[in-house]
Design a protein around this ligand. Structure first.
Ligand SMILES: Cc1cc2nc3c(=O)[nH]c(=O)nc-3n(C[C@H](O)[C@H](O)[C@H](O)COP(=O)(O)OP(=O)(O)OC[C@H]3O[C@@H](n4cnc5c(N)ncnc54)[C@H](O)[C@@H]3O)c2cc1C
Ligand code: FES
Length: 268
């Protein structure tokens, strides 16, 4: 896999909520070669404070314009600096990184489950498959209605969009994993479906146990702290079951971030 370290010009940076931003960077080499589920590492500062690049999932590419888009939430120093950038500023972007989703089994129905700011890789997947006329069911959970993004696009592309919010301001009140589980138990969903999920790790753990109970294949995109993003620092290891009833470590940045959930040794 070819990896590019490029200077990318910010084409737009839109504030979506108090602390969530939509960023478009002109980076033609990377934009042309991204696969849903992959990510980029962005250096947010020229003066090396913070020193390390920050990882972000690719939301979508606009290949004819050479643009990659991300959505990010301000949680600390790096994302705060990124949020204060302006159109025309230049960022150092490394990518595309990691292994994305495997959707080689196109005979199956696809169910996508996204939680909060973890939804961008699923949006990229839907955009990528939009010309295939696949019936995609998308379960999308957020804290509040302002944190549900691209609702109209999703409604247009997906066969069914199921929304939940924790405060009940849009869709059903509650957690998306509960509604997914309920729909499975009610027999609403095809049993021959493949599930893809992104979101906080506790949510992924719950989805994983639901899919195991119902014998559904599941791919998850994991997040972990990352220093290098390329397999050098060994800092993003996760436990993976191996054949001897034992476990080994794999790197989220290089072997993932997408894994089959049945090989992950879920902890916590
Ligand atoms: C593969 C991957 C894809 C990601 N995609 C997105 C995305 O599309 N949009 C988005 O908003 N964020 C995404 N993240 C998370 C994002 O990288 C972090 O929020 C960001 O690095 C925080 O940088 P900071 O300097 O602002 O915060 P810091 O000051 O470094 O940390 C602030 C707080 O956030 C926590 N934190 C930082 N990084 C992570 C992480 N990787 N996982 C869990 N907690 C973390 C820290 O423990 C700390 O509590 C992704 C992370 C990974 C590994
Ligand atoms: S972040 Fe360095 S090995 Fe994964």
């Amino acid at each position: 896999m070819v990896l590019y370290d490029k200077k990318g010009e910010i084409r737009y940076l839109n504030k979506l909520t108090d602390d969530i931003y939509h960023l478009g960077i002109k980076c033609p080499e990377i934009s042309k070669r991204c696969h849903p589920g992959q990510f980029v590492m962005i250096r947010v500062s020229e003066n090396y404070d913070p020193l390390l690049r920050r990882p972000f999932s690719i939301l979508r590419t606009i290949s004819e314009e050479g643009i990659i888009e991300i959505i990010f939430k301000v949680v600390g120093k790096g994302t705060k600096i990124l949020s204060e950038k302006r159109r025309g500023d230049v960022l150092d972007v490394l990518g595309p990184l990691g292994r994305g989703f495997n959707f080689s089994d196109r005979s199956k129905n696809y169910i996508l489950i996204g939680g909060g700011i973890g939804f961008p890789p699923l949006f990229f997947m839907i955009d990528f498959l939009k010309n295939e006329k696949k019936d995609i069911i998308f379960y999308y959970g957020a804290k509040r209605k302002e944190e549900i993004f691209f609702k109209m696009e999703l409604q247009k592309i997906c066969a069914k969009l199921v929304l939940t919010t924790e405060d009940g301001s849009s869709g059903e009140k509650g957690l998306i994993s509960d509604v997914f589980s309920k729909d499975l138990d009610a027999g609403i969903l095809e049993s021959d479906s493949e599930v893809f999920s992104c979101g906080p790790n506790p949510m992924l753990k719950v989805i994983s146990s639901i899919c195991e109970r119902c014998d559904l294949k599941l791919q998850v995109s994991l997040e972990n702290m990352m220093a290098c993003g390329t397999g050098l620092c060994q800092g993003c290891a996760v436990k993976i079951k191996n054949s001897k009833d034992d476990f080994e470590y794999k790197l989220v940045c290089k072997d993932g971030p997408v894994f089959d959930s049945n090989i992950i040794l879920w902890e916590g």
